[in-house]
Design a binder for this molecule. Structure first.
Ligand code: CO
Length: 271
């Protein structure tokens, strides 16, 4: 197993130009790549952060995986990609451990040689492994401004923390970190580290309301929210509110409704 970090977060969108208005124009991220994979009927647009990338995926014709995904689920988080130093070996290991594979062998993707593992084997999360080429250019997020410059953590909604934690620490070599239970937020949370960023597993406390239990009821376990690092949360919240965005719970950094971002639920936090 040679997974080193979260390489990117994939987001399915109807129109990457529209969604670029969020990541490029509002947040100030650079476009590092904008290309169509003709054979797969998908256009990918990549926006780098300091420690991770955002990958927008837009179908360029019907009947493709992304087109079907959008029909069923609408716009939003599509997959999480772990960087691998040896994707062929890691895919074999995943298959041998009993996971349901989409790709048993690496194929060419937007970010090097890649392969996907089925969400049914991963609590609703579609997982990609990617081995970027050795000469892949190094990018970073914006060096100033109110937009996010790094990934803080990716939050997954789960029905029960313990089984996911034990599976994923073993399978992906994640390191258990902080655990918290918050009556105020109505959830319990377990952080799992991989390289410079974390995955956070969250479960709603019984009787709590809001978007987290609603997500589990309507679409089951899976990717829920992306927490992004900003330099000055107060300034970022003020800036986004100035753009007409609703940002709630500013004391905690600020929560951004998916209605402003074409389906991606975001949270801002200072490092
Ligand atoms: Co990807």
């Amino acid at each position: 197993m040679a997974l080193t970090r979260i390489h990117h977060i994939g987001i399915a969108v109807h129109d990457a130009d529209k969604t670029a208005e969020v990541w490029r124009d509002t947040f100030g991220l650079e476009t590092a790549l904008d290309m169509e994979l003709e054979s797969q009927g998908v256009r990918g647009v990549i926006f780098p952060l300091d420690n991770c990338e955002i990958e927008l995926l837009q179908p360029t014709r019907g009947e493709t995986g992304i087109a079907k995904y959008l029909e069923t689920n609408g716009e939003g988080f599509h997959h999480i990609c772990f960087e691998s130093t040896d994707v062929a070996t890691d895919l074999i290991a995943a298959k041998e451990s009993g996971m349901r594979m989409i790709d048993e062998e690496p194929r060419v993707g937007l970010t090097g040689m890649i392969g996907f593992i089925h969400p049914r084997s991963n609590h609703g999360v579609l997982i990609e492994y990617a081995q970027p080429p050795d000469d892949a250019p190094q990018h970073s997020g914006p060096t100033s401004g109110p937009g996010p410059h790094a990934l803080h953590h990716m939050t997954m909604a789960v029905n029960d923390i313990a089984p996911v934690q034990s599976e994923w620490t073993e399978r992906y070599r994640l390191t258990p970190g902080r655990y918290l239970e918050s009556e105020a937020l109505g959830l319990e949370a377990q952080f799992l580290g991989l390289g410079p960023t974390d995955i956070e597993l969250v479960r709603p406390l019984p009787g709590s309301g809001g978007p987290l239990p609603r997500k589990l009821e309507t679409s089951g376990e899976g990717m829920f929210m992306l927490a992004l690092t900003v330099r000055d949360a107060g300034a970022s919240v003020a800036y986004l509110r100035g753009q007409g965005w609703t940002v709630t719970d500013a004391n905690a950094g600020g929560f951004i409704s998916p209605k402003h971002t074409h389906g991606a639920r975001l949270r801002l936090s200072e490092a």
